[in-house]
Design a protein around this ligand. Sequence first.
Ligand SMILES: *[C@@H]1O[C@H](CO)[C@@H](O)[C@H](O)[C@H]1NC(C)=O
Ligand SMILES: *[C@@H]1O[C@H](CO)[C@@H](O)[C@H](O)[C@H]1NC(C)=O
Ligand SMILES: *[C@@H]1O[C@H](CO)[C@@H](O)[C@H](O)[C@H]1NC(C)=O
Ligand SMILES: *[C@@H]1O[C@H](CO)[C@@H](O)[C@H](O)[C@H]1NC(C)=O
Ligand SMILES: *[C@@H]1O[C@H](CO)[C@@H](O)[C@H](O)[C@H]1NC(C)=O
Length: 664
Amino acid sequence: MLSLVAFGLSFISLVRGVTVYGQIPLGQTQTVTTTPSGTSTGAVAAVTTYAAYNDTVLTPPNITNLAPGNAFSVGVPSDVATASTQGLQLSIPHNGVGFWGFSIEMSVVNQVLGKNSSFLQVPFLNLMANLVERSGGVMVRVGGNTQERATLVDSISDGRVISKETLDPTRTTRTPGVIYTTDLFYMMNNVSALTNVKWFLGIPFNDSSNWRLQIVEQGQPILGDNLLGFQAANEPDFFVRNQMRDSYNEWDYVGEIGSLSDAIDTNPNIQKKDGILIAPNLGTTDWTLQNIFDAGLIDKYKDRLYSLSVEHYPEDNCFVQFGSGTFHDPQETFPQYLTHQSGQGLALRYTDGTAMAASINKPFIMFETNTASCGGFQGISDTYGAALWALDYGFQMAFANFTHALLHVGGQNVFYNPFTPPPTNQSTFNEWTVGSTYYSTLVIAEAFGKTNTSRIVDLLANDNNEHTPAYAIYENDKLSKYALFNYIDDPTGASDMTVSITVPGGTVPSSVKVKYLSSESVSVKNITWAGQTFGPRFTVDGRLKGDLDIQTVNCDTSSNSCPVKVKAPGFALVFLSDSDAALQEGQATQTFSTSTNTKLQNTATLPSEVVATSNGHSGKDREHLAGTSRHSTTNKAEKVYPFSAVVLFSGIMGGVLVLFSLSD
Ligand SMILES: *[C@@H]1O[C@H](CO)[C@@H](O)[C@H](O)[C@H]1NC(C)=O
Ligand SMILES: *[C@@H]1O[C@H](CO)[C@@H](O)[C@H](O)[C@H]1NC(C)=O
Ligand SMILES: *[C@@H]1O[C@H](CO)[C@@H](O)[C@H](O)[C@H]1NC(C)=O
Ligand SMILES: *[C@@H]1O[C@H](CO)[C@@H](O)[C@H](O)[C@H]1NC(C)=O
Ligand SMILES: *[C@@H]1O[C@H](CO)[C@@H](O)[C@H](O)[C@H]1NC(C)=O
């Protein structure tokens, strides 16, 4: 290991200022410089029959619910003490690991995280790095319905860490069971070594008389502090429906938590026994949290718990996917997402739970959610409308004292993925696709920042108008940002809003800075955040492209107001201080290079000047080599690091050298 470090440093010493070099490996090509037809690069038109690439464009709902004169004002006291004395209901402070994380269905980790511990998906690393730079970390859960039958095996053919079992067509949620190897944990830990992802797993709950605890025995020592906890049952209130149990109630479930706790206590291979379980993970359709509390979960087992959690989707599309339930027409369903009432309805029903969690000093996590269960809706789940919805829902959960929420990621056959790797047979010529809701997670990460002090308040703005919500964010006890929404879709401009920011009892600064999450319509998929985008489907390597666009709005200090325009549709994040650390966030300075071009750069003939000019944006070289016209510039000052200060060496991963940088 030492000699490898030495090798890494000597390689880097040739190239002052480099931040990222290396390759992540072997067949994991995300880009090619020529397409099969021999023309120059870009995404190849792919077979797009999968739900993840559905082209449906719905008609934007006709909402004509304007404020008088299309203008209203928002203003809250500039400090928490005054806000509190005025009765403003602030959330708990939100801490350092980002608010929105992800829930990844166990059966798709091979596509999303990587094939194994020596074969990681570079776009995933970049997507996580963009969040980590903004919020300090990201929580990711590997689990879902698949976790209940997951079985640890010694090895799987062709070096994979996970493999699907055969489908059981009688199950309602037709997610296959999986087998996995301990290399899954090494793979997850290797991701954490590169970018600060913290993980959740799930203990199989299909057989409670014969607990299979290998996931705890093996997961804890390999993942260490990067592993936060284990789910104890995924939606136990659906166990009868999903044929996991013949009959089952809240008392049965809490009883099984007891039996699981006993099995953990008597297992000599489990080191950490307390503070590890995540419960009750209710889908909260049939059972309520109060039922679970009444059955003794907290009284008897609170020391066992890492957190309390629930899982909930506002709607379902199971009729279309599985022929069960009621058909919901996407066009008619769309307006349900374009209203502040959606997030309010979803989040505020759990305040008894969030209060309970706070009282025992535990997190309260929305462990799995998205636009609709059973894959989401075509024309809704990956649109700008869904991005506004997930953003509002995130703010609303934070306001309701949820500590975190995980957006669910499925396979190619769902509409709602925040990110999707290409279908396996296209992975040599296509890159990833970023869904609209990934932008929501990025904006929340930036809005909450990484001071561990952000407190959120729903302003019930514009007379609590459901189409123009607004929030204020306090950090370090001072008002730091406003978040302003406009759900109305009106290309004429007649429904654009002007929101006047005021500071009651104080004065507005002479100007404020604004970053917009923009698109031309709620129905489409192309989105920019502060001018930058991840690009169209099959072109995403996880890095933001384009120039960072930060608007300045001049304020009128004599009338104590700053007029901020919010288009219809639109979202604005207003920074009250120019020195806010989140303001200059564009593409993360820590990047991971993909593919073939990196291989070129790793060859012995590499001229050091090429590397030396990269300054941590190795993508420039890649684009140069790939001959594309993409921009990767930002107006963020790029730092040139003296090599000794920045190069970390993550080790040899399956024979592949990975070097990476740490930066601010
Ligand atoms: C915020 O919390 C995280 C996680 O607990 C910690 O690593 C980080 O140092 C904290 N940041 C600040 C500014 O206190
Ligand atoms: C990962 O997969 C690659 C390619 O199949 C294989 O060469 C390598 O040995 C595997 N690594 C591990 C740790 O299993
Ligand atoms: C990465 O995975 C390999 C197993 O392939 C393991 O030996 C190594 O310790 C892992 N690195 C980290 C940081 O977990
Ligand atoms: C969130 O917690 C704070 C601090 O305990 C409390 O004042 C507030 O009422 C809670 N918010 C909600 C919506 O329950
Ligand atoms: C990939 O597989 C799908 C499903 O089997 C098939 O329809 C499609 O043509 C394949 N695409 C390519 C580029 O081979």
